[in-house]
Design a protein around this ligand. Structure first.
Ligand code: ZN
Ligand code: ZN
Length: 330
């Protein structure tokens, strides 16, 4: 019987990863190595200008990165919808999504880049244009001006260049390879749209250095890379939109709600598997439908309402836990 179950389970394991989450694996791996390399024996953690810092500099919460499993156990509803006795399972790592978090900055980058890429692709679709990457550098004589004013000039320059609009990522710092030091060198990266032939009209305006970047990376990869060492400041957005790509001008369809079951729309709840083998690899992102056998909802009953048996079971479990983790019981 058990073997039969296992077979059924393996057959009905239907993961579905969204293309974006698969696509994001490699660029994020590169981002992590990039950040590690540029943190090593540098002033990554301490460089600061007017409240702006680099990402990934603060300690995580104790739950950042912990694995969690949620799902929808409405097998009856799923069966009625003609899908068999299956349940929906989602396994993921908890995240605070803060750019400054040493663990979650990668999740922050992935989420931001995914959203930004969607926005760029939407405009591309509507305008039949291809996006390009532009870098606007502030001359040394203006580096002590307020960043707000620099941002204003940046927008003026894009107007002179007749750009339609863009995503803007502010980079306050630049890396000096010789001395392995980050230093204040404000510049803006733009992923946007316009007529490339008109760009030279903006060259040298306000004494700024405007550079068209021959980008070989995908839009998603470019955002991942740009956000890996962007400016981060409380109350300021690291990625903003200007012109026709601003939130008031370009409306996007809502993303699907990730807290409900894609089959029956019921709210997802914490679940666990109590069998030999769930078929889902531990410590890996998973999203999909599996056989309903041996899956249960995690019931969180307040301790004060526990029955005697539950109290006893908890005590035994706690002892076992302590014994396993080498904590002395005496
Ligand atoms: Zn975190
Ligand atoms: Zn469901």
């Amino acid at each position: 019987m058990k073997n039969q179950n296992k077979e059924r389970q393996n057959q009905s394991l239907i993961p579905f990863f969204s293309p974006a989450s698969k696509q994001s694996d490699l660029p994020l791996h590169n981002v992590a190595s990039f950040v590690d390399e540029y943190k090593f024996l540098t002033n990554w953690y301490t460089i600061e200008y007017d409240g702006w810092t680099l990402p990934s500099i603060k300690e995580p919460h104790d739950w950042c990165g912990l694995w969690k499993t949620v799902g929808c156990l409405n097998e009856d509803a799923h069966k009625k919808l003609g899908k068999g006795r299956i349940i929906y399972v989602k396994q993921f790592q908890r995240s605070c999504y803060r750019a400054v978090c040493k663990i979650c900055y990668l999740k922050w980058i992935a989420r931001q880049s995914k959203k930004a890429t969607r926005r760029i692709e939407k405009f591309s679709e509507l305008s039949f244009k291809t996006s390009f990457h532009l870098i606007l550098c502030v001359p040394s004589s203006q580096r002590n001006l307020p960043i707000k004013l620099l941002r204003k000039r940046m927008v003026q320059i894009t107007k002179i260049a007749k750009m339609n609009g863009a995503a803007v990522v502010f980079h306050p710092f630049r890396f000096d390879r010789k001395v392995r030091r980050w230093y204040y060198f404000p510049h803006f990266h733009l992923i946007g749209f316009g007529d490339k032939r008109k760009l030279p009209m903006a060259y040298g305006k306000f004494g700024w250095f405007v550079k068209y970047s021959e980008e070989r990376r995908s839009v998603f990869q470019t955002f991942c890379y740009l956000l890996s060492h962007c400016g981060v400041k409380k109350g300021s957005h690291s990625l903003t939109w200007i012109g026709s790509l601003s939130y008031s001008k370009l409306k996007l369809e809502k993303e699907s709600d990730s807290t409900i079951c894609p089959l029956c729309n019921d709210k997802l709840v914490p679940i666990y598997h109590e069998g030999e083998h769930s078929g889902i690899p531990p410590d890996e992102v998973f999203e999909g439908f599996v056989d309903s056998v041996d899956w249960y909802e995690v019931k969180t009953v307040p301790k004060s309402e526990w029955t005697k048996v539950e109290r006893y079971e908890y005590a035994v479990e706690k002892e076992l836990y302590n014994a396993n983790s080498g904590i002395s019981l005496n």
